[in-house]
Design a protein around this ligand. Structure first.
Ligand SMILES: Cc1cc2nc3c(=O)[nH]c(=O)nc-3n(C[C@H](O)[C@H](O)[C@H](O)COP(=O)(O)OP(=O)(O)OC[C@H]3O[C@@H](n4cnc5c(N)ncnc54)[C@H](O)[C@@H]3O)c2cc1C
Length: 583
């Protein structure tokens, strides 16, 4: 702490300089940091680390009580011509990747796409590896890329973002305020003033800095905004689910607009059609990502409509063009085991069986296809005929209707749908990722509608629609890498403004959690979860799982971090050891 304060004190000299420069008029306001980053997702963390590498004091404000953002739930990264690809014997090149992306994405921002594709190995892969990220697998994305480019660690992208979070927590020139939601942005002499609210206490706070990076993510968690900017070539679905995060509210667009920023491509959105209504969401809006490679897909008239193994883009276009924009997965007892639903609660097969497969509010389940159709509201004769025809074509090895398999493409891993009980799972479109947002210039500086940069304001990651590199269709893994790339760029650019405002003598005061008594922590846990206190969103989601699975508190809370809020860096670091129990 002493070191941090001494370093923070270097502002003293700048203060005198500031006064001298301002003549005898107004002294410049004191800054809480050289740079404020809004959001501790992968873009914000990359920006903070890069800026601190360039000597800036950084304050990160994060609305959630934990960091990492969407990357915690995400999978892999689209990276080009990497050492791992070479080790796997995959020949890739910048030109090949560019061609693939331009074809897949349609209407991509070619300049940014070129920059990203060329930078993805040195600026993203090499940098992440240097931060301790271990890439272990490269997967293909059939129909989308001509060679495998989808890079994975040993699990989800938690293992990509957690090393960044860990490093940011270790560095004293970076302060992170958790549970602090930024609500306003105002230009002042020499920089910006941010308004914010501590969600737990309701306390409002203001922070000042010469530079601000907006890295608050997309707007796909706000169905109102998703509908308002719905891609015009499809009707708005009668039922639309929310497949993004609780904090993906589009707050950064509002902040940008307050500062006079231009926005673009808001109608470019990645809409997934694999949404299953989350049975645990009483509002019925949250969507779970569901897949079953053993299923056939049928429409409301009980007929197949597509090669079920078609690339995602084709499936999305087909489903969004259907009347009702919804369809059913039909599978049998043997196919049941191949159902995958993403998310912490559903990794447990028993929970999946009890709350999804055996839950009549979500899934049709019956001993015959006829009864299944009646339950699901599908025409019984048509459904029976569809399944019979599919089974016959499978036996003959030739899908004459949709070419899912044929003489040149044997039906691997597919079985006839003939073993009771039969299942019908209805899926809907769900919002996922923003492909448009704040417009940025070459240095990740936020631009005004006339194209001029807004001084001291930068943006990175999904709030910029990752700079438009995806065009109309998000590719596999094409968000995380560009978020790192634009994050580092913004961090580097913003660090150039360090010292423009005199720094306060000590780091900003951020609210720490209030300690809880031992009895509150244990006996009171269930009651606290029910109370739904503001700022408790993640704590409550996590500990509902803890109670449900009867995990022992000491499995995660021990060695210096009891069942208590984390109030210092050491405890925050300790907390990071527990994330993979659920993510
Ligand atoms: C379920 C899921 C799976 C995905 N899978 C992949 C994948 O496999 N590969 C891939 O490349 N991409 C994937 N994506 C997309 C990718 O994860 C995101 O685009 C990327 O993580 C965005 O990073 P970000 O830092 O820009 O934003 P975010 O991760 O959204 O982080 C923004 C942060 O800002 C905080 N915040 C928001 N508003 C405020 C405010 N007002 N004040 C303070 N803080 C605020 C949020 O709490 C959040 O922590 C997936 C997305 C989802 C939802």
């Amino acid at each position: 702490m002493k070191r941090a304060q001494a370093a923070w004190r270097r502002g003293g000299a700048a203060l005198l300089l500031g006064i001298a420069l301002a003549g005898c008029h107004r002294p410049l306001p004191t800054a809480d940091a050289d740079l404020i980053v809004v959001g501790a997702g992968i873009a914000g963390l990359s920006a903070a680390l890069e800026a601190s590498d360039h000597g800036a004091r950084v304050l990160v404000l994060e609305a959630n009580s934990v960091g990492g953002g969407h990357a915690v739930m995400a999978g892999g990264l689209f990276l080009v011509d990497t050492p791992l690809q070479r080790r796997r014997g995959i020949e890739d090149s910048v030109e090949l990747a560019l061609r693939d992306m331009l074809t897949w994405g349609e209407d991509a921002d070619e300049r940014w796409l070129r920059r990203y594709v060329a930078a993805s190995r040195p600026e993203v892969y090499d940098w992440l590896v240097a931060q301790g990220v271990e890439f272990r697998a490269v997967l293909p994305a059939p129909g989308e890329t001509s060679v495998p480019r989808f890079h994975f660690t040993r699990g989800a992208a938690l293992h990509v973002v957690r090393p960044l979070l860990r490093e940011a927590l270790r560095r004293e020139p970076i302060e992170i305020g958790f549970g602090v939601e930024v609500t306003g942005l105002k230009r002042i002499a020499g920089g910006w003033r941010l308004r914010s609210r501590h969600l737990r206490s309701g306390r409002t706070m203001q922070f000042t800095a010469p530079a601000v990076i907006i890295a608050s993510g997309g707007f796909e968690g706000s169905l109102e905004q998703v509908r308002a900017h719905w891609p015009s070539r499809w009707a708005v679905p009668p039922r639309l689910l929310n497949g993004a995060g609780h904090f993906a509210t589009g707050a950064g667009l509002v902040l940008g607009e307050q500062a006079g920023a231009a926005v673009a491509r808001l109608d470019h959105q990645a809409i997934f059609v694999t949404g299953l209504p989350d049975p645990r969401d009483p509002a019925g809006q949250h969507g779970l990502f569901a897949q079953n490679p053993a299923a056939i897909f049928v429409t409301a008239d009980g007929r197949r409509f597509i090669d079920e193994s078609a690339p995602r883009k084709q499936l999305e276009q087909a489903v969004l063009s259907l009347p009702g924009q919804s369809y059913w997965l039909i599978f049998d007892e043997r196919g049941r085991r191949r159902l995958r639903v993403r998310g912490a609660p559903w990794l447990d097969r028993e929970t999946l069986q009890a709350e999804i497969l055996d839950n009549p509010a979500v899934t049709g389940k019956a001993t015959s296809l006829r009864r299944l159709a009646e339950q699901a509201g599908l025409p019984p004769a048509a459904l029976a005929a569809t399944v019979q025809r599919y089974n016959a074509m499978l036996a003959a090895g030739d899908d004459r209707d949709f070419r899912r398999f044929g003489p040149e493409r044997p039906p691997r891993g597919l079985r006839p749908i003939d073993t009771a009980p039969f299942y019908a799972l209805r899926l809907y479109p769900m919002s996922r990722k923003s492909l448009g947002g704040l417009v940025i210039g070459d240095d990740a500086d936020v631009l005004a509608p006339d194209g001029s940069p807004i001084p001291g304001l930068f943006a990175a990651g999904e709030v910029t629609g990752v700079a438009g590199i995806n065009g109309r269709f998000g590719g596999s893994g094409t968000f995380l890498g560009p978020s790192v790339f634009t994050g580092r760029l913004a961090g580097r650019s913003a660090a150039r403004l360090a010292g423009r405002l005199p720094l306060a003598a000590s780091p900003p005061s951020l609210p720490a959690g209030e300690p809880v008594t031992a009895s509150e922590a244990t006996a009171g846990l269930a009651a606290r979860l029910k109370a739904q206190r503001p700022g408790d969103w993640h704590f409550a989601r996590a500990h509902s799982l803890v109670l449900e699975r009867r995990w022992s508190c000491s499995g995660c809370h021990s060695a210096g971090w009891g069942p208590q809020p984390a109030t210092n860096r050491a405890q925050r670091l300790r907390q990071l050891d527990s994330c993979e129990r659920c993510h």
